[in-house]
Every structure is written in C-alpha cells, then in structure tokens.
Design a protein around this ligand. Structure first.
Ligand code: BEZ
Length: 210
C-alpha cells in the first residue's frame, strides 16, 4: 500500500520506546509528523533525530506530535538514543516505533524494494487531526532531510485550511499569500476588503491573514 494525499492513515499498534503505542489513541486530536529512517546506528539518521529533537518545541507550538520509525528493536532504539544525545547535543524527546517485524513499514508502504529490501526509506507523513495524509516526502538514504522545510509546510497547511489562500514558492510565515483562483472577484472583495495586488487575473496576492 502506498499512502496518497488525503488518504486516511490506518490505525496500528506497535512497540515503541514509550511502550506499546496505538497510533490513533496516541495522536488524539493533534497533527502528527510521522517519519521513518533506514536504520539505527547510522550517521545520517543520527543527525536527523538530533535535528528533530532540537525542533520539537516548534512542532509543539504548532500542535504537531512527532513520531519516528525504523525496522529496529526497542533495545536498539534505546541504546542508539544515547549516541544521539552525546553526538547531537539533544535527547530524543519523542517516541520511536520499533518496527523490527516491518509490519507498520509494510502497512505504510515505506519499504521501497529497489532502494532496499529490508530497510525503510526516509519517508515523511504530515497527518492532520482527521488522520488524513497532508504531505508525503520520500528521500534517499544518502540525503538527510530539511525539517525546517517541513515546519514551513505545516505553517502553510494550517494557514490554508483556515483561509481561502495558497502560499507561493519559498513562502515564509508573515509573507504575502495568494488568493485561491476559485475565489471570485465578488467573494475576494468580501474576504479581503482592503484589496489585493493583481499580477494576472489568476495571481492575486494579499497580506497573510491572521
Ligand atoms: C545513514 O543514516 O547514514 C544511512 C543509512 C542507510 C544508508 C546510508 C546512510
């Protein structure tokens, strides 16, 4: 199975560094960042988990719970966490699913056999409180991810869920946004009474609504 945008993430129960974890119960009403890495005790993964641990307050601020996954045991996760804290200067402050039997990896479709028969790829799922997939990313084992970009995308998703706007290339929090092309001129005048910049009929920008 491969999860596509707006698919519902299936529920599952699996061992984790915080004990047996049932995904829907754990997620509650929060957004979720679920990310997989290929293997414990590997260098790129070590830097990634340290990076996410340091950014955890930023995910918290956005109401996003964080959970990692690889096809390793709880014992390995716990031993590796010591290396992460020592080398990256940040303790792992979120659960790691211990998917040694690959049950959840297969459920989520994050083993790509042409990349590796045995290990998960670097997948990212941003999941909304309705358990729907809102972002997927797949990175190769040799490339560590940019988790600041994932925060930026979450900012965009949370903004555009609440306003009839989209965010342009490289948008950052506080910058101008685009009025959805589906919004008519009449509706735009109601929604954005202060007006907008019109570069073409379909490219209309306004200050970011709050
Ligand atoms: C790493 O995390 O460093 C890594 C994992 C699998 C293959 C290559 C690199």
């Amino acid at each position: 199975m491969s999860l596509k945008l707006l698919d519902t993430v299936p529920d599952f129960t699996q061992e984790s560094t915080e004990g047996p974890l049932t995904f829907y119960d754990w997620a509650g009403d929060s957004w979720v960042l679920l990310f997989s890495h290929p293997k414990d005790f590997t260098p790129v993964c070590t830097t990634e988990l340290g990076a996410v641990a340091k950014l955890k307050p930023e995910f918290d601020r956005r109401g996003v719970k964080v959970i990692g996954l690889s096809v390793d045991t709880v014992d390995n996760h716990v031993r590796w966490a010591g290396d992460i804290e020592r080398t990256q200067g940040a303790a792992v402050n979120f659960p790691l699913l211990a998917d040694a039997d690959r049950r959840i990896a297969n459920l989520l479709g994050i083993i790509h056999p042409n990349a590796s028969d045995t290990n998960t790829v670097r997948s990212v799922f941003v999941i909304d409180p309705e358990r729907r997939v809102r972002l997927t990313l797949t990175y190769p084992a040799s490339t560590g991810r940019n988790f600041t970009e994932i925060l930026r995308t979450i900012d965009s998703l949370q903004l555009t869920d609440n306003h009839k706007v989209a965010t342009p290339a490289d948008w950052q929090q506080g910058e101008d946004v685009i009025i959805l092309p589906s919004v008519s001129g009449d509706e735009a005048r109601t929604l954005f009474p202060a007006g907008w910049q019109e570069q073409t009929a379909y490219l209309r920008t306004v200050p970011q609504p709050s």
